[in-house]
Design a binder for this molecule. Structure first.
Ligand code: SF4
Length: 199
């Protein structure tokens, strides 16, 4: 046997061993497919849309509570409260809506379907490329956020708000808390109204 023959025999033997080991370890859990895995990513989003009316009710109470806490936010300072509130907002809305922290939330007008998940970031309805199955033309596995928005809006008490024309996204507000912004604005409007009725 020559030196070359010896090397060849060893290589073949190792490759065979590796292949046999791989075959033995191959584990394929039942009922798992790449498509199912992808669609699971949208499970919470879909749940939120299906429960849009309930979430609308929850948000109404939540925003009232935040507004009632206006003196507290004022005492702490809205700027100082921003960081912790933003952290909580990101976790909660990230889980439920795949929130992208645009800072100017319009979930109440979009059936609890976040429009910032649209690859084109359209804020006033779908593009012309929605597929026949209601999925996105850019991400075929993803349900069109505007198809879902329409479904969610049908269940909501203020579902007609989906017809409101939305302003373009103000990119300077990204990564800021929409909860605090809405609260500060509502408090300001309340004070303005109280001032004008007293005058
Ligand atoms: S509209 Fe903006 S703030 Fe609201 S869930 Fe979507 S990314 Fe987040």
């Amino acid at each position: 046997m020559t030196g070359n023959d010896s090397t060849k025999t060893t290589t073949v033997t190792q490759a065979t061993l590796v292949k046999k080991t791989r075959e033995r370890l191959a584990y394929r859990p039942a009922d798992v497919s790449p498509l199912r895995r992808v669609q699971r990513r949208y499970t919470m989003r879909r749940w939120s849309v299906r429960h849009a009316r309930f979430l609308e009710w929850v948000y109404a109470r939540f925003s009232s509570l935040f507004l009632a806490l206006h003196p507290f936010w004022n005492a702490v300072g809205y700027a100082r409260a921003e960081k912790p509130v933003k952290f909580v907002e990101r976790q909660v809305k990230g889980l439920m809506f795949d929130c992208r922290m645009c800072g100017q939330c319009i979930l109440s007008s979009t059936g609890m379907s976040c429009p910032m998940n649209c690859p084109k970031q359209l804020r006033n309805g779908p593009c012309g490329g929605v597929r026949a199955n209601g999925h996105c033309e850019v991400e075929p596995d993803m349900p069109c956020v505007w198809v879902k928005a329409w479904e969610g809006a049908q269940a909501m008490r203020n579902g007609d708000a989906i017809l409101d024309v939305q302003k373009p996204v103000d990119q300077s507000l990204r990564e800021s808390s929409a909860w605090l912004r809405v609260t500060a604005r509502a408090a300001q409007e309340r004070e303005n109204a109280a001032g004008s009725s007293a005058a």
